[in-house]
Design a protein around this ligand. Structure first.
Ligand SMILES: O=C(O)C1=C[C@@H](OP(=O)(O)O)[C@@H](O)[C@H](O)C1
Ligand SMILES: C=C(OP(=O)(O)O)C(=O)O
Length: 458
């Protein structure tokens, strides 16, 4: 977000149960990858269901600036329905990216910035990258360090922050790299750099993270293998310089967005909601497992495969939730869902404990702190450590209050506290909700369509 204006928003306690069947926008992780990999394919790809959030639009703009042709087409929708949108991408082939004429602005998006850095690192070009006030605080050394081992030069602002200049390698070399942090963005950046690198690039991940890059690369014809070591680490090997085949892709709904209406339905008495067509990749479903551990009536219907990703319809019915302990090893599969899980835990019976949260401190905000501060404003007792959090649940609605929660340009903090407002005696207010458009355009209208009241705060 570049403008300084903010738009406070408020959600009063839901007067009645939420009801309805909805779809949420396309998965953000898959959408970034669909644009980047289609731009490197040979021929024309189409993408249906692409997330048209600001983060993904930043990736589209960057790939255009690097030479890909990307168009958005609208066709007539079903009778009376919204038009059908299809994105059409003419790729330049692996190694075919050209030097951008201007600075690449990745907005609020860590995924866009880090994955793109990987792509740039193995092309002989110079590019400068920046982002908004939130992104410019986030650590980039985690990608710059392995990419420099592959031959790129990456000059960052102090402390490894954006803006950064990437001087791509003329003769990139493959590496074998063990991830020091569980991060799909770092893994993907290295694999994307490995595409234009001769030989075999290997990433070892001690803790499994989302594998959309691996799935999509394989589907486009790259040779990519995954082996599991005795200690459980995954060894991902990519043969460099493949020819990627253009494909027609369909992006399923984003589980990280579905999380908000799902939790809203669970904590608002009398609710029943269905979220159709949600990606249920095992690297992304930790929240749903955790909610079931809490006693949630949350089921999957019509489980199916869509373009190499497991997909299903989620049905959530209001439930009396009990406290849960989330073990550290589950954290990567629900890393973006802790803010909304905290909202659920605040209404549960008993004390919940979440472990393995160190990565929350380097997201769009320090989410551990932002969640703790917001819960305290809601009248909920919370304790935190460097990488853990405990929440004393209220066994029903939380007190809530009119003082706005500080969102720090973080979409998930804004959405989580608006959802908590539905189960707060005095509602909840957030200081800004514009940045929700980075990942979940239409959030407010969709929630109101289910029966919630979310409005500008006066
Ligand atoms: O690869 C991805 O698409 C993402 C990976 C995660 O980040 P990290 O890799 O930093 O854990 C996640 O938080 C982010 O929203 C999207
Ligand atoms: C952390 C997130 O995204 P990114 O890292 O792409 O900014 C998120 O969407 O919650």
């Amino acid at each position: 977000m570049t403008s300084t204006a903010s738009r406070p928003a408020t959600a009063p306690m839901a007067p009645a149960g939420l009801a309805g069947t909805i779809t949420v926008p396309g998965d953000k992780s898959i959408s970034h990858r669909a644009l980047m990999l289609s731009a490197l394919a040979v021929g024309r790809s189409t993408v249906d269901g692409l997330l048209e959030g600001e983060d993904v639009l930043a990736t589209a703009a960057a790939m255009r600036a690097l030479g890909a042709t990307i168009a958005r087409e609208e066709g007539p929708g079903p009778e009376g329905g919204a038009p059908v949108v299809r994105w059409v991408i003419d790729g330049v082939g692996v190694g075919g990216l050209s030097e951008p004429a201007d600075i690449l602005d990745m907005g609020n998006s860590g995924t866009a910035a880090r994955l793109l850095m990987g792509l740039l690192a193995s092309h002989p070009l110079v590019a400068v990258m920046t982002g908004d006030a939130s992104l410019r605080k986030r650590p980039m050394a985690r990608v710059a360090t392995p990419l420099e081992k592959m031959g790129a030069r990456i000059i960052t602002r102090g402390g490894g922050r954006l803006p950064a200049t990437v001087v791509g390698a003329r003769k990139p070399v493959p590496i074998r790299y063990r991830l020091p942090v569980p991060s799909a963005q770092v893994k993907s950046a290295i694999l994307l750099a490995g595409l234009n690198t001769p030989g075999r690039t290997v990433v070892v991940e001690p803790e499994a993270t989302r594998d959309h890059t691996e799935r999509m690369l394989r589907a486009m014809g790259a040779v990519i293998t995954v082996e599991t070591e005795a200690d459980g680490a995954r060894v991902i090997s990519l043969e460099g310089q493949p020819e990627l085949a253009a494909r027609d892709l369909t992006v399923p709904g984003d589980p990280s967005s579905a999380a908000f209406p799902v939790v809203a339905g669970l904590i608002t008495p009398g609710s029943q909601i269905t979220v159709r067509h949600v990606c249920l990749n095992p690297g992304r479903d930790g929240l749903f497992t955790t909610l079931r551990d809490m006693g949630a009536d949350l089921t999957v219907e019509a489980a199916r495969d869509v373009g190499g990703e497991p997909v299903g319809d989620l049905v959530a019915r209001a439930s009396r939730l009990t406290a849960v302990t989330v073990p550290a090893e589950r954290a990567p599969s629900m890393i973006d869902e802790f803010p909304v899980l905290a909202a659920a835990a605040a209404t549960a019976r008993g004390t919940s404990r979440f472990e393995g949260l160190a990565e929350l401190r380097v997201k769009e905000s320090d989410r551990l702190q932002a969640v703790a501060d917001g819960l305290a404003l809601a009248g909920v007792v919370v304790r935190t450590g460097e990488d853990w959090m405990e929440i004393d649940g209220c066994d029903g609605p939380v007190p809530g209050g009119a003082t706005p929660v500080v969102t720090h340009l973080d979409h998930r903090i804004a959405m989580a506290f608006l959802v908590l407002g539905l189960a707060a005696e005095n509602g909840m207010t957030v200081d800004d909700d514009r940045m929700i458009a980075t990942s979940f355009p239409g959030f407010r209208g969709l929630m109101c369509g289910l029966g919630a009241t979310i409005a500008d705060a006066v």
